[in-house]
Design a protein around this ligand. Structure first.
Ligand SMILES: Nc1ncnc2c1ncn2[C@@H]1O[C@H](COP(=O)(O)OP(=O)(O)OP(=O)(O)O)[C@@H](O)[C@H]1O
Ligand SMILES: [Mg+2]
Length: 387
């Protein structure tokens, strides 16, 4: 049964229930479920327009998807509510008299705050039993999750291949690397302190350390982490990271704005792993801001209860936003940034975000990105509140 049919079924069910209710009031204690509750609970955004095109119903999922509250949308014309989405307005026009046909399509929905969300939209005419128009029903289905799952699947395949490769590589490379490093350290010790050759020995040691780190990161990425999950104060963790990055921030003349929700409960997480995540995100933000800029960190409790996925634990979530006003991310790069080895930097490994993604997934959370090309990027991380 498609959702439109379901709504019709619900409406008919509601009508029948109402007549039952009238009977029930005369003696039967059974009470029907109001259709508003059914529509409100749906994961799809449901918007009802009356004959004049004014919004008469706007469910919770529609609020989340559009960044508009029901009170901002109700009784307003759809031309006003959806003014940033001319493609949607065109589709609604087709469902209204004289055409009165159902239309379905996919498109980028631009929200009140300028976010772009890929949605599947169905617009159906709402008619009474005599075919007279009562308005239109809009069903908005957020496709972001589906896209994310598809990308996750591709990434898991890649990580599995990478895992096999990394284990083999680590085995073959780590021993000779250890030998090179040992020899370079001996060489350095046997050189006179003022020898110009000390510098070369230092370079050898530093570069060996870099290759070692790369191999460790590759291994980290491919083997399941043993998480030591404990209740954590996320604000303390973020403050520690800001302290660690204070010097680079001062050098780059980057300011920090913190909007921490003081009522935030402790989260459940592995301190070392989450430190790695937020350190990577802060480093990326700083690297994106060439020269002056501002790093904004926001924490808040989740109001969006629609991000649960199958098999994921239910519970309350918090969000941490790491926002910069740097160069932003090109639209064509957005779907690649969490993939291992994707980098646009000369000396980057492209493993930072891939590691962040894996750690957050293992914590049962989400990591999302929003970019304003040329105007900065925001990385949003959700984490489970401790029991
Ligand atoms: N805050 C940001 N602003 C703009 N682009 C970003 C930001 N964060 C990440 N990116 C883009 O995503 C790419 C991948 O990031 P990731 O952290 O995985 O690797 P990297 O930073 O290039 O290398 P490494 O982290 O190993 O030093 C970056 O090269 C950059 O193009
Ligand atoms: Mg990085």
């Amino acid at each position: 049964m498609c959702l439109t049919e379901l709504i019709w079924y619900d409406l008919i069910f509601y009508r029948d229930c109402r007549s039952m209710k009238n009977q029930n009031e005369k003696g039967n204690p059974q009470s029907p479920i109001p259709w508003e509750n059914i529509l409100t609970s749906l994961e799809e955004g449901v918007v009802l327009l009356d004959q004049t095109g004014k919004v008469s119903f706007f469910n919770q999922a529609a609020e989340i998807l559009t960044d508009l509250s029901a009170s901002q949308a109700l009784l307003k014309s759809y031309l006003h509510v959806f003014k940033r989405n001319p493609w949607l307005i065109d589709m609604v026009k087709k469902s209204r008299p004289p055409q009165q046909s159902s239309t379905r399509g996919e498109g980028d929905f631009v929200t009140q705050w300028g976010r772009q969300v890929l949605v599947n939209l169905t617009v159906s005419p709402l008619q009474d039993n005599h075919g007279r128009s009562l308005g239109s029903i809009l069903l908005l289905h957020d496709l972001t999750r589906r896209k994310e799952l598809e990308e996750d699947l591709k990434r898991s395949d890649l990580l599995a291949t990478l895992g096999t490769l990394a284990v083999g590589l680590a085995h073959e490379i780590k021993n000779p690397l250890g030998g090179i490093k040992g020899a370079a350290q001996l060489l350095r010790r046997s050189l006179a302190q003022d020898s110009s050759l000390v510098e070369y020995a230092d370079i050898m040691i530093r570069e060996v350390n870099r290759v070692n780190l790369l191999i460790e990161q590759l291994l980290d990425l491919s083997r399941p982490a043993k998480l030591n999950l404990v209740p954590l104060n996320i604000h303390e963790l973020l403050e520690d990271i800001l302290l660690l990055e204070r010097q680079p921030m001062e050098e780059r003349k980057v300011g920090v704005r913190k909007y921490f929700d003081p009522s935030l409960p402790p989260i459940r997480g592995d301190r070392a792993q989450l430190t790695q995540v937020f350190l990577n995100l802060v480093k990326n933000a700083l690297e994106a801001m060439d020269g002056q800029g501002c790093l904004t960190i926001i924490t808040r409790i989740e109001t969006d209860f629609h991000i649960r996925e199958h098999g994921r634990e239910r519970g309350k979530f918090i969000w941490v936003d790491i926002e910069d006003d740097g160069v932003g991310i090109k639209k064509e790069n957005l779907s690649h940034i969490f993939s291992p080895f994707f980098t646009t930097k000369n000396n980057g490994t492209g493993l930072g975000l891939a590691i962040c993604h894996r750690i957050i997934k293992e914590h049962g959370g989400l990591i999302r990105v929003e970019s304003r090309e040329g105007n900065g990027a925001t990385f949003r991380v959700s984490l489970l509140v401790a029991d």
